[in-house]
Each structure stands twice: as structure tokens, then as C-alpha cells.
Design a protein around this ligand. Structure first.
Ligand code: UQ1
Length: 432
């Protein structure tokens, strides 16, 4: 049985009116998510849960009452069935297809269709929770086909290299999802490498290199964004902003993107190579957990890394809601602070050392070039070396490719590397 509901915090839908309707869907629970990703807004005057006969009918009536744009229906199914006909289908007097219409076609004009499933109701807060909607249709099955890869999984990272080598002619599309990601650099680093590879192997003129990103900017730190845009221009790369990969038809080598400025409007691109940066989010175990924030990230103080509510709980790395890019360099800096924080808390003292959000993203722009981005919570550059790090440098490439792995295995993992702050101070004569 499906039901209805609405919300009242930024993480859910705030409703004015709730509607309950009978229906056929199971209320399966895959975890909650903010409605914000699947709905155009987080508040509706009337929110109908379930797009069966009752839901669609009431949404039409309610729209007439409260106006277009103020009513939404949460319904995961793509097809709406006229079930009374199934008596005759079962009796062989009608074809099943005659009982089916696309859900979009029965949705009244002016009513928003939220293509998701309700996983929890919180009537006390006038709030509903929606199923995590961060799946791309056609994946991961699509990775069985050639021409597609993703550096984000041990199962698919080598497929990227294969697709890169097998490239003949056509569109090379690199994606950036409509979710938070670990770090905004990696989805484009593989594009610069691919472009350089085809240049090296004489195929560059055959490739139409495209970066389709859900964001409206290339990188969050202006100094590095400016440098990257220069490179993008020089290397004849097309950037399409506000484009979100929603489906991969791997058998036909087609990628479908939603135009985020025009919700519901999609465009299909044929590809010769597709690199997918998957949607990302907190792990299921943290969603709805007492230690997590509304979204599911561990809710810690951004300076001490101590949990905001439970003083004996601490957070580090990707699972936290620390508002900075999630990188190994960030973990290194956090580990130094957290060591101090925990040491003091164990002695019943207050934490004193503060994490400034330091993170680093070695932006690989070729097989021997790196822009070493380093910045803090305010997206201000916080550079280790007294040189302009927004320039592509061979030295920084070697640091990324040869020195960092050594530092990682032998120092960071052993608890001896708390980030480059001491090196930075030394390099800047104690002034930074
Ligand atoms: C860093 O500390 C780190 O963690 C080990 C990385 O991850 C592999 C990095 O990529 C970078 C750049 C740093 C920062 C270190 C220096 C010396 C700038």
C-alpha cells in the first residue's frame, strides 16, 4: 500500500496538505534521501504519494484548487495501468498493452512528477523521505559493453584505458554527476589525459572531446578554474554545463543527459568513448543514523572533527560533512588535527587545534603536467610551494605520480604524515 506525505526541513519535502491514497506499490526501503535531488523544490502545497488512480485523480483536482506548480505526485513507475481491464486481459479478450499508458501522459499539466519512491513518512514534521535517486539508468549493466569506463571502481577503471586505446572516431564524453563528489578534479583529469593520449597517437582530430557537467563552473577555486578554462580553450574541448547523465544505452553507444536548466528536457549523444563519474552519496549505514546529518554525512565540528552531539565520536574522511573536497590530502591534514583533538578529549580537556579545510587536488592535465591545487574552507588557495601553482608543471606531475604513492604507503597510512602545513610554513618562512 502506498500512502502520502509531506515535509518541513531542508532535507525533505515540506507539505501543506497530505493526501493518502490506496495503491499497489510496495513501500520498499532503500534508504532515504533528500527530495531535493528528485524534486524541483522541497515544498508543495499538496503532495500526493503514489500515482495510481487515486493519486492522479486527486492531483488533477488539487491543481485546480491550489494552482499549477503547487502540486506534486511521487511515483516511481514509468507506466500507469488501467487495472480493471486486466479481467479481460486474463481472459484473453484484451491485450495487456491496451491497459497501459506512460505515467507522464496521465500526469495533469502543471503537476510535477517526482520520479521516486517514498521510503519513510514523518507526519509529525510534515515530511516524507524519498528513495535514494542517485542511479543512472542502464548502469552498471552497461559496463559489459565496450567504449565505456569509470575510474571510480576497481571493476571499471581498466575499461577506461581500454576504451581510450580503442578509440577510433567520434564523441569522447566525460561526465560529472548531479551529486556531491569526492573532489571536482578527477572527473576532468581523465579527460585531459585522454585528450593528450589521442594527440600523442595521432587521433586527436578524430575526437570531439566533451565535458558534460552538472555544475555551472569548471572548478570551485577561481585561480585554478581560470587556468583550467585556458587549457580547455587551447585544447579545443567543449564544456556543456548543467548537463546530468541520466541514462546509458550501452548497446547503442548513446548517453542521455538531462538539461538541469530545463528539468525533464533530455538530449541524446552518440559516443565513441564515455567516461562516467558516478553519483555519490553517504553509505546506507549512515543514512538516518543518529550520528549523521540530514543527508547522511557524519555530523562533526568542522574545526575539531568531534561529533556535534556525541563527544566520544569523531569523524575523518569521505563520510563526514566537512565542507571541503574529499581527498587523501584532506585526510592527511585532518588526521593531524584529529590526533590532537582526541588526545585532549581523552584527558578531559577541550580540543584546541583547528582544521582549516586544507585539501589538495593535483590536477593532471597531461602525461607530464600537473596543476597542484591546494585550498581551504573558503576556497582560497593555500599553497605549499612559493611558486605559482596554477601553472602546469612537470615537477608536480612527478610529485603526484611518484612521490605521493610513497608518502601514502610509508607515511600517511602509518600515521606519520599530517599534511604539508609544516612544509608550507618552512617554504614561506613561517608567514603562511
Ligand atoms: C598530500 O598530502 C597527499 O596525501 C598523502 C596527497 O594524496 C595522495 C596529495 O596528492 C597531495 C598533493 C598532498 C599534499 C602534499 C604536498 C607535499 C603538497
Amino acid at each position: 500500500m502506498s500512502a502520502i506525505g509531506v515535509v518541513s526541513s531542508c532535507s525533505c519535502l515540506r507539505p501543506g496538505v497530505w493526501l493518502l491514497k490506496p495503491g499497489m506499490q510496495n513501500m520498499s526501503s532503500f534508504g532515504l534521501h533528500t527530495a531535493a535531488r528528485c524534486a524541483a523544490k522541497d515544498y508543495y502545497e499538496v503532495l500526493v504519494l503514489g500515482g495510481g488512480t487515486g493519486g492522479i485523480t486527486m492531483s488533477a483536482r488539487m491543481k485546480r484548487k491550489v494552482g499549477a506548480g503547487n502540486v506534486a505526485v511521487v511515483e516511481p513507475s514509468k507506466t500507469h495501468y488501467y487495472q480493471p481491464l486486466w479481467t479481460l486481459v486474463g481472459g484473453g479478450a484484451k491485450q495487456l498493452a491496451t491497459s497501459a499508458r506512460p505515467t507522464g501522459s496521465v500526469m495533469p499539466k502543471g503537476v510535477e512528477w517526482i520520479k521516486s519512491r517514498v521510503t519513510a513518512l514523518d507526519p509529525d514534521k510534515n515530511c516524507i523521505w524519498l528513495e535514494n535517486d542517485i542511479k543512472i539508468k542502464g548502469l552498471p549493466e552497461g559496463f559489459q559493453h565496450p567504449k565505456i569506463g569509470s575510474n571510480y571502481s576497481v571493476h571499471t577503471v581498466e575499461k577506461t584505458w581500454k576504451a581510450l586505446q580503442d578509440f577510433k572516431e567520434g564523441n569522447a564524453i566525460f561526465t560529472f554527476p548531479n551529486t556531491p563528489v569526492k573532489c571536482a578534479g578527477a572527473p576532468q583529469k581523465i579527460m585531459y589525459l585522454s585528450e593528450a593520449y589521442w594527440r600523442k597517437t595521432g587521433r586527436r582530430s578524430k575526437a570531439n572531446v566533451m565535458f558534460n557537467t552538472s555544475l555551472g563552473v569548471i572548478f570551485g577555486v577561481k585561480k585554478y578554474a581560470d587556468a583550467l578554462l585556458e587549457i580547455i580553450k587551447e585544447r579545443d574541448i567543449a564544456v556543456n554545463y548543467k548537463r546530468n547523465l541520466v541514462e546509458v544505452r550501452a548497446d547503442k553507444q548513446e548517453a542521455v543527459f538531462e538539461n538541469l536548466d530545463k528539468p525533464g528536457v533530455t538530449e541524446v549523444h552518440q559516443y565513441e568513448m564515455l567516461h562516467v563519474t558516478p553519483p555519490m552519496g553517504p553509505p546506507d549505514v549512515l543514512i538516518n543514523s543518529p550520528v549523521s546529518d540530514d543527508i547522511g554525512w557524519v555530523d562533526v565540528d568542522k574545526e575539531t572533527l568531534q561529533h556535534k552531539k556525541y563527544p566520544n565520536v569523531f569523524g575523518i574522511g569521505d563520510c563526514t560533512n566537512l565542507p571541503t573536497s574529499k581527498t587523501a590530502a584532506a585526510v592527511a591534514a585532518q588526521s593531524g588535527v584529529l590526533d590532537k583533538t582526541i588526545s585532549l578529549v581523552m584527558k578531559n580537556q577541550l580540543p584546541t587545534k583547528k582544521y582549516d579545510g586544507y585539501t589538495s587536488c593535483p590536477l593532471v592535465t597531461g602525461y607530464n603536467k600537473v596543476i597542484l591545487a591546494e585550498f581551504d574552507y573558503d576556497a582560497q588557495p593555500l599553497e605549499t610551494f612559493p611558486i605559482d601553482q596554477s601553472k602546469e608543471r612537470v615537477t608536480m606531475y612527478h610529485m603526484k605520480a611518484d612521490m605521493m604513492p610513497f608518502l601514502y604507503w610509508n607515511a600517511l597510512l602509518k600515521g606519520y604524515w599530517g599534511g604539508p602545513a609544516p612544509v608550507r610554513k618552512l617554504m614561506h618562512l613561517g608567514l603562511k
